[in-house]
Each structure stands twice: as C-alpha cells, then as structure tokens.
Design a protein around this ligand. Sequence first.
Ligand code: SF4
Length: 355
Amino acid sequence: MAMLLDYSLPELEERFAAMGEPAYRARQVYQWLWQKGVTDPQDMTNLAKSLRTRLAEEEPLALPAVVRVQESSDGTVKLLLSLSDGESVETVLIPEKDHYTLCLSTQVGCAMGCTFCATGTMGFTRQMTPGEILSQVLLARRILEERKSELALRNLVFMGMGEPLNNLHNVLASLETITHELGLGFSTRRVTVSTVGVPEKLERLGASGLASLAVSLHAPTHELRNELMPRAESLCPLPELMERLMAYPLKPRQRITFEYILLGGVNDSPAHARDLVRLFSTFRGSRPKVNLIAFNPPAEGPELAYRAPAPEDVEQFLEILRGKDVTVMLRKSKGQDIGAACGQLRAAHEFGSGA
Ligand code: SF4
C-alpha cells in the first residue's frame, strides 16, 4: 500500500481530490512533509483539525526506524535503517569541507553481484519504495539537526546499496520530490545517480534531466570488467556502454563522472592506466572526469578477495592519466573504520557539485 511519503505532488493532489479535498491542501501536506520534515499529521497546523485526524487515521505514514548510528573517526556517520517489513538498509552521511553529502540506498541488496562490493555478495531482496528512498534524507536531516551540525546537507549521491537503474521507476519518483521546489528542493546539479550502466534505463534517466550521472567503470577493457562485474558487462558490454554514454544528454558544463576503484594487483598497473587513457581517447562529446578510489578492505561485512593497491602504484596510475590530460581526482574512502565503504564505493566523495 502506498504511503503519503510515496506520492509525487500530482499523485498527492489526485489522492486528495478522491478524498474531496482541494489541490492546495495536497500542496500544504507535501510542503509539511518535505520542506519542513513534519511527518505527524497532527503537527500540520494549517490543516483543519478534521483533516489532520483523517490523515492520521487513514494514511499510513511511518519513517524507517534508525536502529544504529555509527560515527567514524573522520566524521562519517552511518545509519542502519529498519524498513516496515524488517529489512534493513544503510545510509551514509559524509562530511566534506563545507557541507555533508548523503549516500542513498535504492534496493535491499543488489542483483548485480560486482565481485569487489559487499552489497553484491548479499544478492537482491527487494526494491525500496520512493518513500523509503526519500526517508533517508529526512532522517539524515533530523540527525544533523539533533547534533546542531554547522554543516548542511547539500549533496545527494545514489551510490549506496543497490543499482539505482534496476529500480528506476521509484528512483525517478524520488528524484521528482528531491528536486521539486515544494519538495526537498535540491538543485539537480547537486544530485548524482551512480550506475554500472543499464541500457535503455540509462537513456530514461538522461531524458529526465533530474540528476548528474556517475558510471561505475572499474576496468578499462571488456575482459577485465567482465571478471570484476560480470552481470553488468553481460547487460551492457563496455564498448556499447561507451557508445551509449557518448549520446547521453548533458546540460551545459555538466560532465559524466567515471568511478574507478583501484584493486591491488588487479586493475592498478601502468598498462591498465594506459588502457584507460586509450578508452577515453575515443570518447567524443563531454570530457570525462575520473574519480580514482583506492580500495581498502572494509572493517565490517563479508571478506572480499581483494587488497589495497600500493601507494606508489596509485601515484603512478594518477600520473599516467594526468600526463595524458585526463581529468582525474583521487578520492579518499571515508568511514573505513565503520565499514561505510562497501556498497557502491559509497563513502567516496563530493559528487553533485555540478563540476
Ligand atoms: Fe550492486 Fe553497485 Fe555493489 Fe555492483 S557495486 S553489486 S551495482 S551495489
């Protein structure tokens, strides 16, 4: 059953029309929920008392329960959330210089099975609803308010548990509310969806114009990507993915970010760096931007068969890319001591800054 939190504004207006209520009442409720973070109808003080009571009685509205809050030595905060059916997901608040970035989950588990990813080892359980996806933002804001944080939540990255494009319908619904001026009000430039690349759905995300795009690349060739991310590669082999990305609609000054996790002895050699340069040399359209992340085995969760790259190999990899004029950033993996770096490299970075 859909909850109030699952509705887009037009859906909420429809719902209210069916209840015999005017559209402006739906807009008021939408603003209470998303602009003010008020989820108890009794606190929606500009509604008639009878409507508040009716909403409280007829419209189920339960935020996920925060069952654990863990804080890393670098300030990263991981929330473990229990959903209404007892399933749990994580959401991670990442402190940056002057703001927080929130890393959102979109599925319970993930079907993609990427070999370096802790979530990938869990398998897929179910899709998260729009309300569950959005609740992560409300709960993160509440935590920051409780802590009287001086840093505001400014960026959202869909980079937690799950492959967002495998739950595109609900992800697009949540993006509507995230970017709506009466909703959470984020600029589309401050919201990034990260994907391994799912054909057709990629195009639908692009057509929505609701978020920036990050692509989990992690290998410069089809053969190696097929070893690391076999399901992603069978859905869309690397040459086809690059073709699709070249046609991806971008706004002025927007660029596609490519994520590349350096796995010691696997994809971090100078030859791999040169292959990456070659891959980008044929990339027409926008100039790609690469985020390199040095893999660090997570402190918690399942054991993965990879090791961290040697610092000198990371340095050499960076230099080769920079020497060939590839825009590249080395991102720190944050929250390592609380296991916040599993999922889709979720603790990595300042996405959504529109750069
Ligand atoms: Fe799924 Fe992303 Fe992990 Fe791959 S990296 S298994 S797509 S959560």
